[in-house]
Write a protein that binds this ligand. Structure first.
Ligand code: NAD
Ligand code: UDP
Length: 316
């Protein structure tokens, strides 16, 4: 197949590209590099089945300029860390609205299949835990996460509208916190921040009292789930994440235990506004529809990630 990936130089899309190329497909990536990095896909430079275009999917002319057949479109482009989306508020709103819209138009025109990378942030600060897909969420529509949460919610509505009215083949995934190599060391997300801090012997910055929870999925598990969703025939949203829930303080302790030479301590800093107090995916739907569940343990996944950053951070 010929596959278009938006946000192709980002953390998740670069791993997705590796999987799709290994399956024998041709991949065309588009990225404007606002949060992604060319080095994430540098290893693909000489791959004849891969092409990366610098461009912004918010611009309809950039999307319309994609020529030839397009069998699949993965819309992965969007700032994804709280620091990233607050820094790029308007662009975050636009890439998940106008950007999704442009790519849905392309999917309709080329009769391709479209997958929207949505997020657990659609559930906001959830009042039920774990979250299943029928929960409508608890989102502050004007808060410091609203540019991301509401834009992603719009993207889901937009995807369903193109499916219902225009018969576009669409898929929606709600991604829960995912970690692994190629995350931007400075984008502020918790796992990469703690690993960078521990390797650099700096204090690990736990926000609030660290009792808020998250559930961490290793990147290879998630990418497999994304691909299975695309190739399934299920249209409604599917949660993808690892249901093993723990507190942020415990994440800090686990990372320190895996880097025994670190001289880092733990410090506590102010809790950012609207930070969800709990988050854990109910993955019953993914299990039933896709036969998918994560297989990489945290010890294994964190271990691989730490090895990657031992190498790459020491070169910087
Ligand atoms: P990332 O920042 O590493 O990747 C996003 C990529 O999109 C970057 O390369 C960036 O330059 C590109 N981009 C942004 N706006 C663009 C635009 N207008 N045109 C073209 N390219 C653009 O983030 P990630 O963690 O790889 O996230 C990928 C997708 O998955 C995002 O849509 C994000 O919302 C979603 N997601 C990720 C997680 C996670 O835990 N990693 C969780 C929930 C949802
Ligand atoms: N967090 C933290 N210290 C950091 C970065 C994040 O304690 O240096 C906390 C943050 O307050 C949140 C959780 O870790 O409760 C996950 O944050 P992240 O930015 O990775 O993603 P989120 O799940 O909030 O979108």
């Amino acid at each position: 197949m010929r596959i278009l990936i938006s946000g192709a130089a980002g953390f998740l899309a670069s791993h997705l590209t590796d999987l799709l190329l290994s399956q024998g497909h041709e991949v065309l990536g588009i990225d404007n590099f606002i949060t992604g990095k060319a080095e994430n896909v540098k290893h693909l430079e000489d791959n004849r089945k891969y092409k990366l275009v610098k461009g912004d999917v918010i611009d309809p002319t950039v999307v319309a300029a994609v020529d030839g057949p397009v069998d699949r479109i993965y819309h992965m482009a969007s700032p994804a860390s709280p620091i990233g989306y607050v820094k790029h508020q308007v662009l975050t709103m636009k890439v998940n609205s106008q950007g999704a819209w442009n790519l849905l138009e392309l999917a309709e025109a080329r009769k391709g299949r479209f997958l929207m990378a949505s997020t657990s942030e659609c559930y906001g600060d959830p009042l039920v835990n774990p979250q299943n897909e029928s929960y409508w969420g608890n989102v502050n529509s004007i808060g410091m996460r609203s540019m991301y949460d509401e834009a992603k919610r719009f993207s889901e509505a937009c995807t369903m509208a193109y499916h219902r009215e225009r018969n576009v083949a669409t898929r929606i995934i709600r991604i829960f916190n995912t970690y692994g190599p190629r995350m931007d060391p400075y984008d502020g997300r918790v796992v990469i921040s703690f690993i960078r801090q521990a390797l650099n012997n700096e204090p690990l910055t736990v926000f609030g009292d660290g009792k808020q929870t998250r559930s961490l999925c290793y990147v290879s598990d998630l990418i497999r789930g994304i691909n299975l969703t695309m190739e399934s025939d299920f249209v409604e949203p599917i949660n993808l994440g690892n249901p093993s829930e723990l507190t942020i303080l415990d994440i800090a302790k686990e990372i320190l235990a895996l880097i025994p030479e670190s001289k880092s301590t733990i410090t506590f800093q102010a809790m950012p506004p609207d930070d969800p107090k709990v988050r854990c995916p109910d993955i019953s739907r993914a299990k039933k529809i896709l036969g998918w569940e994560p297989v990489v343990t945290r010890r294994e996944g964190l271990g691989k990630m730490i090895e990657f950053y031992r190498e790459t951070l020491s070169k910087k």
